[in-house]
Design a protein around this ligand. Structure first.
Ligand code: PLP
Length: 448
């Protein structure tokens, strides 16, 4: 893909901004005061505006651009598929869909038999929950307070026909605290203590809710938007043991943590995340599977759960399930990630550049309370006081965002945190440049 930054027209930048402000309704925002950043194009780990200003994309947009912007092999695959067959009904067979499912299953491992494709991450979780409920005959779903699983749920309940009846969604959701030593709910002082006490708490919740009423435990492999918290040793295997003991389906949400972000294909395959190597029953994915070039997500289904629907009807579907453009982009993205060693690059960048670099920044800037992460999946927990760990206020995060943008880095911020989540293709030089910008921005922020 050519870098088209040379042909930019600032007037188009103004038109883009004006059209957006006049007509576009944005996610998760009060609309009045918005001033969206205008993106004209991108390549690899960079994006640029219509004035030609370039930014290192340390957000990967919404932590999805794992393969980088405008990867030529993925762009070409979408173009080829568009010319051949841009859309086909989900009931028909289609070569790209079968190939995409086979590629994904090869990464997930032999315990998994089929893939159900969705339009993104939220509907992947909706359908995984539905599968767990239908196969267990139970209702409740347990998930952690510190999590994000998506933004749907009302549409099928609003539906009037039979499809509503097995899918009355917004019921039976129970929350519990997952492990998070830095802000422990359990008065723990070591990762081992945090793990054991979080598991004890979870079992108490299971028993108190009635184990026989619980269909699934839904967990992010590594909770992402909530703060990039790698589970402490023994936690995932402890959850797996509780699921086995009580007949509960374990769903791992790998929407953000999957497809290279941690330096593994899935975070649960990373020895730091899951040293005991336990395997979930269902895996949900989206984002990095094709870096979002075309919206796509899905559920990777264990042989046993998939087999339960050999004779029983699965009451779920989407017009664009397995959309050919999305499928062609998945095949090309996974192949390119493999051929180019992109997952290995993410692991090496984390180990050699981002990990040491972010810890060096913490040694220099007292505002950094904790550095957490692995691969290209990091968070800086910013605090007013290292002793009390009181989070910095929103105004500090807004000011930091301004300092970073003015120096050419597009950040991802959440609550009191700066997440350091560049594409998996980032080069050591780009990663070091990003770290230098964060260093300067933190210096400017705390000097002011
Ligand atoms: N699950 C996780 C872990 C996520 O991070 C997200 C989105 O950020 C979702 C689910 C929802 O995905 P989508 O926005 O594609 O519906």
């Amino acid at each position: 893909m050519t870098d088209n930054a040379a042909d930019l027209d600032p007037a188009l930048g103004k038109l883009t901004y004006d059209l957006d402000r006049a007509h576009v309704f944005h996610s998760w925002s009060a609309q009045g005061a918005l001033a969206p950043f205008v993106v004209a194009g991108g390549h690899g780990s960079e994006v640029w505006d219509y004035d030609g200003a370039r930014y290192l994309d340390f957000s990967s947009q919404l932590v999805n651009m794992n393969i980088g912007h405008t990867h030529p092999k993925v762009v070409a695959a979408i173009q080829k598929q568009a010319a051949e067959l841009p859309m086909v009904a989900p009931a028909h067979a289609n070569l790209a869909r079968g190939e995409a499912a086979a590629r994904i299953l090869a990464k997930a491992g032999p315990e998994f038999g089929r893939v159900f494709f969705t339009n993104g991450g939220a509907d992947a979780n909706e359908n995984a929950i539905r599968m767990a409920r239908l196969t267990t005959g139970r209702d409740k779903v347990l998930s952690t307070y510190r999590s994000y699983h998506g933004n749907t749920g009302a549409a099928v309940v609003a539906t009037g026909d039979w499809r509503r009846v097995p899918n009355e969604y917004a019921r039976g959701h129970v929350h519990f605290f997952g492990p998070f030593l830095y802000r422990t709910e359990f008065w723990a002082t070591t990762p081992e203590e945090e793990s054991a006490r979080a598991l004890h708490h979870l079992e108490r919740v299971i028993v108190s809710e009635g184990a026989a009423s619980i269909a699934a435990i839904l967990l992010e492999g590594v909770p992402g938007t909530a703060g990039v918290m790698i589970p402490p040793p023994g936690y995932l295997s402890g959850v797996r043991a509780l699921c086995d003991k009580h007949g509960i389906v374990l769903i791992l949400d790998e929407v953000m943590s999957g497809f290279g972000r941690t330096g593994s294909w899935f975070s649960w395959q990373h020895p730091l995340v899951n040293p005991d190597g336990v395997v979930p029953d269902l895996i949900t994915f989206a984002k990095g599977v094709n870096s979002g070039y075309v919206p796509a997500g899905g559920v990777i289904i264990s042989e046993s759960i998939s087999g339960a629907f050999d004779d029983q009807v699965f009451p779920g579907g989407l017009t664009y399930s397995g959309h050919p453009l999305a499928m062609a982009s998945i095949v090309a993205a996974i192949d390119a990630m493999e051929e180019e060693g992109i997952v290995e690059n993410a692991a090496a960048i984390g180990e050699d550049v981002l990990g040491p670099g972010l810890h060096a920044l913490a040694a220099k800037h007292p505002i950094i309370g904790e550095v957490r992460g692995v691969g290209v999946f990091w968070a800086l927990d910013l605090v007013q006081d290292r002793e009390t760990r009181e989070p910095v206020p929103g105004a500090t995060i807004a000011a930091l965002k301004g300092e970073l943008m003015s120096r050419g880095l597009l950040p991802f911020v959440a609550d009191n945190r700066l997440h350091v989540v560049p594409p998996c293709v980032i080069t050591p030089e780009e990663a070091r440049r990003g770290l230098a910008i964060i260093d300067e921005a933190l210096t400017a922020l705390t000097a002011g």
